[in-house]
Write a protein that binds this ligand. Structure first.
Ligand code: PLP
Length: 367
């Protein structure tokens, strides 16, 4: 039968299609293409959902990271700590603003930035900021990182591109008050019909600056600074605002799928994400860790042969990517982690019997 990795047919079902077409017609009738009423509505509701004071929509997550770095005062020549396990855009945004990524190693269990590695790296490098990533939707250890960064006057910009609906130790992701950046790329938990992103912050002044930068530095009194064009289209905002109705339900369904996997895969000799994340992760992805890279390649072939959707997030650690190879820092755990991680089908519509099917295919590989 097979199990697909994503399920856009269910996500964009007939009911959703009817509703979104009405909204798009309405936008066309009103000629309100950029930063319209849906933008304002979505910004307010998304800030509420993530328990942040402010939310500003931008054109995509990568722009969001760049703008957040600028707002945090990161300038050319500064060093910014970045985990070795993330999507390329995390390190890329640091380079685009003229700064230098310095790799902080990750926990071998989760791929999240390791505070112990941060301590060691700061003995070698003066960091202006760090960019913890809530990879797979797991909350990075923000409390521990916060303490270390406060002692060292280091800014924190959270990459929450995969974290819509996820939780830190004691608040939703985005509720820490830090600059926190989300992506609404079509495969993310909350997704647009193309590119979109958002920056959350607890600071009024930062929020104003973000709003100026995203729109060519415009302020009420003319151009206050030289910014960029990173406005969000009304159509994307209308899609996001409509999808907010269901995001909590869909994230609950993802959590249920993660729990089914966690229960079912106990006897399979692969490493699962620690049980402490079952309730808090946004479960954007469901990674398992194989024994080594060789085993992962063979397992992937077996899954493909049995039509079980899967993906390598990430095939290589960031420091192994050609444009990032010469940057310094600690990289070893990220390298090993990237060889072992393989993601199983995860979306709100995976059923218990599909989890059983994945389990049976894994069982036939290992036993
Ligand atoms: C998707 C993603 C981004 C980039 O977001 P875009 O909207 O595609 O620019 C950045 N970081 C991580 C961890 C991501 O998953």
């Amino acid at each position: 039968m097979g199990v697909s990795f994503y399920n856009f047919t269910e996500l964009h079902n007939d009911e959703f299609k009817t509703q979104i077409k009405q909204r798009i017609n309405d936008i066309v009738d009103k000629n309100a293409f950029i930063e319209g009423e849906y933008n304002t509505r979505f910004e307010q509701r998304f800030a509420q959902m993530q328990k942040a004071k402010h939310c500003a929509l931008v054109a995509n997550g990568t722009d969001g990271l760049e703008i957040a770095l600028k707002v945090a005062g990161v300038k050319a020549g500064d060093k910014v700590g970045c985990p070795g396990i993330s999507f390329f855009a995390s390190a890329e945004a640091i380079i685009t603003v003229g700064a230098e990524p310095v790799f902080i190693d990750v926990s071998p269990e989760t791929g999240l930035m390791d505070p112990e590695s941060l301590i060691r790296v700061t003995q070698q490098h003066t960091l202006k900021a760090i960019m913890p990533v809530h990879i797979y939707g797991l909350g990075a250890p923000i409390k521990a990182l916060n303490k270390l960064c406060e002692e060292r006057a280091i800014e924190i910009i959270e990459d929450a591109a995969q974290g819509q609906g996820g939780f830190l130790e004691d608040s939703p992701i985005g509720g820490s008050g830090h600059l926190t950046v989300f992506s609404f790329y079509p495969t993310k938990n909350l997704s647009a019909f193309g590119d979109a992103g958002a920056i959350l912050t607890g600071d009024d002044e930062e929020n104003e600056t973000i709003r100026q930068i995203r729109n060519h530095g415009r302020s009420a009194q003319g151009h206050a600074l030289s910014g960029v064009n990173s406005r969000c289209d009304s159509i994307q905002a209308a899609v996001l605002d409509l999808k907010l109705e269901k995001i909590e339900q869909y994230n609950q369904q993802r959590k249920q799928v993660a729990k089914w996997y966690h229960e079912r895969l106990k006897e399979i000799p692969v490493q699962l994400m620690p049980a402490q994340y079952l309730e808090t992760s946004s479960w954007h992805l469901y990674p398992i860790l194989t024994g080594d890279g060789n085993e992962r390649i063979r397992l992937q072939t077996h899954l493909n042969n049995n039509a079980i959707g899967n993906a390598l997030f990430y095939n290589k650690s960031l420091p192994e990517e050609k444009p990032l190879m010469n940057f310094k820092g600690e990289k070893e755990q990220a390298r090993l982690f990237a060889q072992k991680a393989l993601c199983l089908p995860m979306n709100p519509f995976v059923t218990q019997s599909q989890v059983d099917e994945v389990y049976n295919v894994l069982k036939s590989f290992y036993f």
